[in-house]
Write a protein that binds this ligand. Sequence first.
Ligand code: NAD
Length: 362
Amino acid sequence: MNLKIGVIKGDGIGPEIVTEAMKVLDKVAEVYGHQIQYTQLLMGGASIDVHGVPLTEETIEKAKASDAVLMGSIGGDAKTSPWYQLEPSKRPEAGLLKIRKELRLFANLRPAVLYEELKEACPLKEEITQGGFDMMIMRELTGGLYFGARSTEEVDGLLTARDTLTYNEAEIRRIAKRGFEIAKKRRKKVTSVDKANVLDSSRLWRKIVEEVAKGYPEVTLEHMLVDNCAMQLVKDPRQFDVILTENMFGDILSDEASMVTGSIGMLASASLNESKFGLYEPSGGSAPDIAGKGIANPIATILSAAMMLRFSFDLDREADAVEAAVAKVLKAGYRTKDILSDGKVQVGTGEMGDRICSYIEK
Ligand code: NAD
């Protein structure tokens, strides 16, 4: 297969961790007989340095012409970087918001996986997490409260602020379909999270999700109220497979779920549009405090590349091989500094990438 991948290395540790993910993709291509064509794209601070703006039309067009985009993190140290002397619309993060909009990325996927080998990093009691857990939070990204009309005005002499939470049935249907499709590739369970006991938008959410579920009889659907879900994530995270939810609930729950895994350097993410196209990036930031030291953990970016293989290219065997290689490296005791514990072997960013490559097999 020919894979056309746009690459935004980004700022801070971005170039270091993306280089390792590309190394792993190249190894997958070699072992499984694929061809990869990379197009390097500038965005964020790296683009400001060259073009004076965080995102150019050229980058947008080239990203759209790719099958998928692999991205490192964007941004610098807000206190010391000259990028933050610029007006907000010219700062690195503005590029991120704009590219998500231009590429119409409406579904955000964040896996929260607790590897048995990293269980010490998990803040939950061992009896709750025994055997690890593996869930996927699927969050609607372009609707809801963050995009509704808002205002602040004086009403009867009191300052009054208003935000609106709007979803139409088409927006709910497209994300629900994506959620069920992804559950089909996993343990075939969707937990749809809403606040249907209070909100009209949630009642519509629930109705449409139930309609969509009829097309996926092999997938089990359950509904859960968001307040209960927040509790269940720390009480019994093993019960979840795919959590499907709207924008704000997903924002909060995905951060909660990632914290229970305990390690930011392990957290992959993907944002998808209506076609197979996706933008794949680690959940963490550009970590300017450790940039250039060769100690950043590349695993989140490597696992994001595995998601790309699975969701943009339908190369499930290849994605499984990458995920298995990560698990084997952890089992063999190799750790970057952020996940190091007693008795384990510390390796740098490049060696972690090399070791993962060495475990990629058919
Ligand atoms: P951060 O995630 O960059 O760093 C938080 C802490 O986690 C730091 O101690 C860092 O060293 C550590 N860390 C993060 N990723 C790591 C990795 N792969 N390996 C080892 N340690 C890692 O968050 P921050 O410091 O709040 O933000 C730094 C910059 O990143 C800011 O400019 C922020 O706006 C930007 N940011 C970008 C994205 C993105 O590109 N999607 C997301 C979050 C933050």
